[in-house]
Design a protein around this ligand. Structure first.
Ligand code: PLP
Length: 357
């Protein structure tokens, strides 16, 4: 079966097999990693290796701290302003879809949010040109969502934020292609697409931005506390952290982020090319900003949606239903989706047109 779910998403099959094989006895310890003390030598090594591999994959220098936190990406919607506002009250956000809007709504609880640009009036089908952004030179940070998971909209550039720290919610496209981390003040990503199990959230923060948390910041949300305690102030999500480490190892074996870029480009191009040529399926996003990770599409006749999904399910093409807020279909094709999965989907789509088109 191929799982096209937007998240939690498919994990690489070799990772799941390894997890199964060692579930009762990890390397002769007679225990699962899940049962191991987070203070044990074994787990500390697992944790450190995962961080080292992530640093290598993403090109993260020593100027940045890497934190393995909890509460998902949504927790970061509050954690970011609480930690980065400092004495400031003003923050800039770009609104390109449902996840941007959620981040904005949460930030408004703590800060004066300036929506520097929005494509809402264009149905979130494009990214506003940066020359039109109304950013503030004195903002505490500029936040954007490089890949809108629900709309299927992805930036093809890193915004220029001048001296203002750039903050990105990379939940649904981290490690899918190379990114210059040095351009960012902070990157966060919920793990459940390209990293591992849900609940875990990876935070990459430039070290000079640590130590600015508002006094009322909950201890568990304080980046400085997390950094000082190697993300083990409390009991971390040990097993999720372990699986994330296995995914990083798998990524390195595949050839790293450069290899993922080539694969993800090929997979998404194939699918969009087929959609555009079909005359039956459609995707509304301006081609330049079509997501490589999440491909929403509609059928020429909505009343066929049920039949499409049923037939897909029968062929092991799972979870293709679009988000409840937009309808239609959505194929999420993260790093772990093999090219054969996209080929099988296109095959099925073409057969469906023959039968119903
Ligand atoms: N941001 C983006 C871009 C997402 O795709 C998601 C979830 O799918 C989230 C934030 C929320 O993540 P979580 O469910 O981990 O809070």
């Amino acid at each position: 079966a191929y799982n096209f779910c937007a998240g939690p998403a498919a994990l690489p099959e070799p990772v799941l097999r390894q997890a199964r094989d060692e579930m009762l006895d990890w390397r002769g310890t007679g225990m699962s990693v899940m049962e191991m003390s987070h203070r044990s030598d074994e787990f500390v090594e697992i944790a450190e290796t995962a961080e080292k591999d992530l640093r290598e994959l993403a090109g993260i220098s020593d100027d940045y701290a890497v934190l393995f936190m909890q509460g998902g990406a949504s927790g970061q919607f509050a954690t970011v302003p609480l930690n980065l506002l400092g004495e400031n009250t003003r923050v800039d956000y770009v609104n390109t879809g449902i996840w941007s809007k959620k981040a904005i709504a949460e930030a408004k609880r703590y800060a004066t949010v300036n929506v520097a640009a929005s494509s809402e009036d264009r149905g979130f089908t494009t990214v506003p040109d940066q020359s039109e952004w109304n950013t503030s030179a004195d903002a505490a940070y500029l936040h954007y969502t490089p890949n809108e998971t629900i709309g299927g909209l992805e930036y093809d550039f890193v915004p220029d934020s001048g001296r203002v720290p750039l903050v990105a919610d990379m939940s649904s496209n981290i490690l899918s292609r190379p990114v210059d981390v040095n351009r960012f003040g902070l990157i966060y990503a919920g793990a459940q697409k390209n990293i591992g199990p849900s609940g875990l959230v990876v935070v990459i923060i430039r070290k000079d931005l640590l130590g600015r948390a508002r006094p009322e910041t909950p201890t568990m949300m304080n980046y400085q506390v997390m950094a000082d305690n190697a993300s083990m102030y409390n009991t971390p999500a040990t097993y999720s952290w372990y699986l994330a480490g296995l995914v990083f190892k798998w990524l390195k074996e595949q050839g790293g982020v450069d290899a993922m870029e080539a694969l993800n480009y090929r997979k998404s191009k194939k699918l969009y090319d087929y959609i555009d040529a079909s005359g039956f399926y459609a995707n509304p996003i301006e081609p330049r900003f079509r997501s490589w990770m999440n491909v929403p599409f509609t059928l020429a006749d909505d009343s066929l949606n049920g039949a499409f999904l049923k037939g897909a399910d029968e062929r092991g093409l799972l979870n293709l239903e679009g988000h409840r807020s937009v309808g239609g279909m959505r194929a999420s094709i993260y790093n772990a989706m093999p090219e054969a999965g996209v080929d099988a989907l296109i095959d099925y789509m073409a057969g469906f047109v023959k039968e119903h088109g």
